[in-house]
Design a protein around this ligand. Sequence first.
Ligand code: URA
Length: 274
Amino acid sequence: MTFNDPVLDPVTAAALARFYADSGVDLALDDAPHDRLGEARALLERAPAKPSEPPRLEAVAPAAAVHADSAVQDAKRLAAAAPDLAALKEALNGFEGCLLKRTATQLVFSAGVPGSRVMLVGEAPGADEDRAGEPFVGRSGQLLDKMLAAIGLSRAENVYIANVVPWRPPGNRTPTLAEMAICEPFIRRQIELCDPDVLVTIGAPSMQTLLNIKDGILRARGRFYAFDTGKREIPALATLHPSYLLRRPEHKAFAWRDMKALRAKLAELPTTKN
Ligand code: URA
């Protein structure tokens, strides 16, 4: 049953809407559903691959691969040309290479104090952030604020916060590898322009994109890795995402250890800013 069903009564329609929302489907992009898996299968059948070779991504979705590649090139050019954070935000607002922009309400660029000693980078905005235009303002953001407050940090005073992907993926899904690759030049430039003493990646997608770590987050968290900002090498700490901690509160002890490691690292490094 779908909303296109001509005999859908209001009670059933309301129940169906609730079912969709609970399943993470909170945005209607088209009147009719698309069978994306079927489309990919059909393309694959038409692609001239030798039977002994595994299918290549370009053969399955040639248009998407070409789009992603040229979008990454555009993103690199625009990000490198931005002389400061305001110009970078403007460049992102004018960038059409990431299709998430079309379904998001607005760009979610940053929160906190630019130029802080600590910069945190999450994955992508959720529904609350999409509405507010600010990263980490929902339930997970409130937990993040508490974690930071426990070591004397706050977005009002001494941290700067951004995301790898600055537009909300529909239904709060994890951004795809292509979406993260397209947005990566912008977040790297944002880090370079913010020039923090310590970078903190929040959750696995941020850690994998920025630190190029393939290990699982539970294994890789709590350690400092060298990160080249473009200006200098700084320590980068991988930690757990607060939305994961809301689902698995028994792992909060790991996050607390990470926060203490961050506090110790800040105490050890020379202070050049707030
Ligand atoms: N999760 C993120 O990774 N970023 C946000 O801004 C909000 C939730």
